[in-house]
Design a protein around this ligand. Structure first.
Ligand code: PRX
Length: 654
């Protein structure tokens, strides 16, 4: 835990009192519009979840819905299910054979469409390719791909075989990729020659080669050719195999494996308070039920919807709401490879208009960038097809909410502000768009069947007010462990207020109507443009530089990104601080972790403020970074350090 109480500042009055009722027509047609569902689900959560589970295809039904031995949960025990069958086969072999599953657009403007029938063929072929490369049940497959159609195909092909996929976001460095591969002991790496990003090219294969120097578990590399790209790379004979060549050699049928409901479906690494990133482990049955149910009710998916989630599949949002949730619902999903401002700042609206997107899901950081760029980019396009908007990843400020509502949604589209985490697998706090009156800035109510609570430092529940956000009931898509480190799983999430209370790491406030207002992380995790960045990781990367003696990293409010990374650095004796050194350290962090973790600001300091027991006082650093008045410094070993830092920093700002 951080040295700051999450309740600091919770007493600020909420001034937001606007309420937006669901439009009548939306309410009438919504997949769920009966408010009584909350009470019914609360009375029988297992029955509630199993009703959704029954809508999926199981090759063997479950014997029991839940086995809860806190903190260990098993869901749909004894059930056999295959994720790829549920995402693809049951649509391709049913009424949706010729329905578009994926409508893909590359950053340069190239396009590709896959119907459910075509996706069915591709997934089976790819599963055969994976098998040919020795991948089977329980094997881990690292996936380091750009946002191209092969990415969901590879995930579904892994699922078909019962292999465990672990996607590494294409913006991570070779070192981050190597650490993840080694942690999961991946047998295969799937990558591409490169991908487009903001007009440039990310040389994924070169980065992969670097990563593989030191990842002995990887036996083979499956290499996808990103069409149209010309970037140099080496092909290592015997290890590297072209995807398109192997796809041409295999049969197009591959029977799905009957996976156990509790078989691992995937791991996904995320940053925490301490140590290296954690491999969050999700199993099959519960995850499918959670993502299916929430996609159906929160995004209100209907047969003729064109659904677009702008997240990268490198993050959990892309897993749950670009791949699994919408495909389980048989939806048509738009997938876009690149940046929102390439070639122009209207790219997203151009995509929405051309593909007649009806449901659009994005992040507050993107919305704030759109606000800054101005509504004229939105106005250039006909967005009348939109009927529902979503937001995820960080608190959405009421101003951004109103802008999104007015300029993008034309004041007719409800906004679902969805709170969840890599660990939760699916959305836990959210409006149901046909039921919930919306308050801008509030994620509103728990999804039916869930019981989040706000507790004080000592674990007392708070009825109205602020505190720590916890979950007091298991849910199907909850993480089952941290890959390879169950003790860390228990210590991180279930060790504060009892083994049956899940600690989210977020602070929140609950109002008189039972609406939740998320306030951000209460641990040493930053949320930079909707991405989790561990302050410890950035500190380790900085200290890894040979000229750095010590470093402390804190967050600072940022207009677009929500939070910026601010580093206080002490250089070794005799090393000269300079602007060039700032850039060198920023690049060093990018190389160690990835560009998302690069400090936005570096402040040199001769010493860091520490308590008498030697703990860095982050609260003080945060206040200094924010330019706030300093609080109590009496526990400080050497109070003069703060004054010096403050002086220096103000000089810099001035
Ligand atoms: O702090 C919360 C914030 O994002 C964290 C989870 O990050 P990650 O695992 O990367 O998953 C992001 C996408 C689900 C949470 O602990 N967060 C996520 N959604 C919201 C949010 N904060 C406020 N409002 C949200 N809607």
């Amino acid at each position: 835990m951080a040295d700051e109480k999450p309740t600091d500042g919770f007493d600020a009055l909420l001034t937001e009192d606007r309420v937006f009722e669901p439009p009548e027509e939306f309410r009438r047609n919504a997949n769920i519009n009966d408010p009584g569902i909350y009470e019914r689900a609360d009375a029988d959560p297992e029955g509630f979840w199993s009703d959704f589970a029954k809508e999926l295809d199981w090759s063997r039904p479950w014997d029991r819905v839940l086995d809860w031995q806190p903190p260990d949960a098993k869901w749909f025990i004894g059930g056999k299910i295959n994720a790829s069958v549920n995402c693809v086969d049951r649509h391709a072999l049913g009424q949706r054979r010729d329905k578009r599953a994926i409508v893909w657009e590359g950053e340069p403007g190239d396009q590709k469409t896959l119907t459910y029938g075509e996706l069915h063929v591709e997934v089976q072929k790819c599963a055969n390719v994976l098998q040919k490369l020795g991948v089977g049940h329980g094997d881990r497959v690292a996936v380091y791909l750009p946002m191209i159609p092969e990415l969901p195909i590879v995930l579904l092909a892994c699922a078909r075989l019962g292999a465990v996929h672990s996607v590494v976001f294409g913006g991570f460095s070779a070192e981050s990729l190597r650490d993840r591969i080694n942690d999961m002991q991946a047998k295969l790496l799937v990558t591409a020659d490169g991908g487009y990003r903001r007009g440039g090219i990310v040389p994924l294969k070169q980065i992969s080669d670097d990563a593989l120097d030191g990842s002995p578990s990887v036996e083979n590399v499956l290499l996808v050719k990103r069409e149209g790209l010309e970037t140099p790379f080496n092909v290592v004979a015997g290890r590297d195999h072209w995807y398109h060549e192997l796809m041409a050699q295999v049969s197009d049928t591959c029977p799905p494996r009957e996976n156990d409901a509790e078989d691992l479906l995937f791991t996904l690494y995320t940053s925490g308070t301490t140590g290296k990133p954690k491999g969050i482990a999700h199993t099959t049955g519960g995850y499918l039920v959670g993502t299916y149910a929430t996609a159906k009710w929160v995004f209100d998916l209907k047969e003729d919807d064109i659904y677009w989630c702008s997240a990268d599949i490198g993050w959990v949002t892309g897993h749950s709401y670009l791949v699994y949730g919408p495909l389980l619902n048989g939806a048509t999903c738009v997938m876009y490879e690149g940046a929102p401002d390439t070639p122009g700042r209207d790219r997203f609206w151009d995509i929405c208009a051309r593909h007649k997107v009806t449901v659009f899901y994005t992040a507050p950081t993107a919305i704030r960038a759109f606000m800054k760029w101005g509504p004229e980019h939105v106005r250039k396009h006909d967005l009348s097809s939109l009927r529902l908007l979503g937001s995820v990843g960080e608190p959405i400020n009421p101003e951004a909410w109103m802008w999104y509502y007015h300029h993008v949604g034309g004041e007719r589209c409800p906004i679902v502000d969805t709170w969840w985490q890599t660990e939760t697998g699916s959305i836990l706090i959210t409006p149901l768009p046909g039921i919930t009156p919306l308050k801008p800035g509030s994620a509103s109510r728990p999804f039916p069947g869930l019981k989040p609570a706000i507790v004080t430092e000592s674990g007392e529940p708070v009825k109205v007010g602020g505190g720590y956000l916890v979950q007091t009931r298991p849910w199907p898509s909850m993480l089952r462990t941290i890959y390879g480190d169950h003790d860390r799983f228990v210590a991180t999430y279930w060790n504060r207020w009892g083994r049956d209370v899940y600690v989210t790491g977020d602070g929140a406030k609950v109002d008189e109507d039972g609406y939740f207002w998320l306030l951000g992380r209460v641990d040493d995790v930053l949320n930079v443009a909707g991405h989790r960045v561990g302050t410890m990781e950035v500190e380790s990367a900085l200290v890894d530089h040979q000229e750095v003696a010590e470093a402390a990293v804190v967050g600072k409010a940022h207009e677009i990104k929500g939070q910026a990374v601010c580093a206080f650095v002490t250089l070794k004796e005799g090393v000269q601080a300079s602007d060039a050194k700032v850039e060198e350290l920023r690049q060093h962090v990018a190389q160690k972790i990835g560009a998302i973790a690069k400090p936005d600001e570096i402040l040199w300091t001769a010493d860091l403020p520490k308590t008498r027991s030697g703990k860095i006082m982050r609260r003080l650093l945060r206040d200094i970074a924010a330019g706030k008045a300093l609080g109590d410094v009496t526990t400080l070993a050497d109070p003069s350090i703060v004054a010096k830092l403050r002086e220096q920093y103000e000089d810099k700002e001035g």
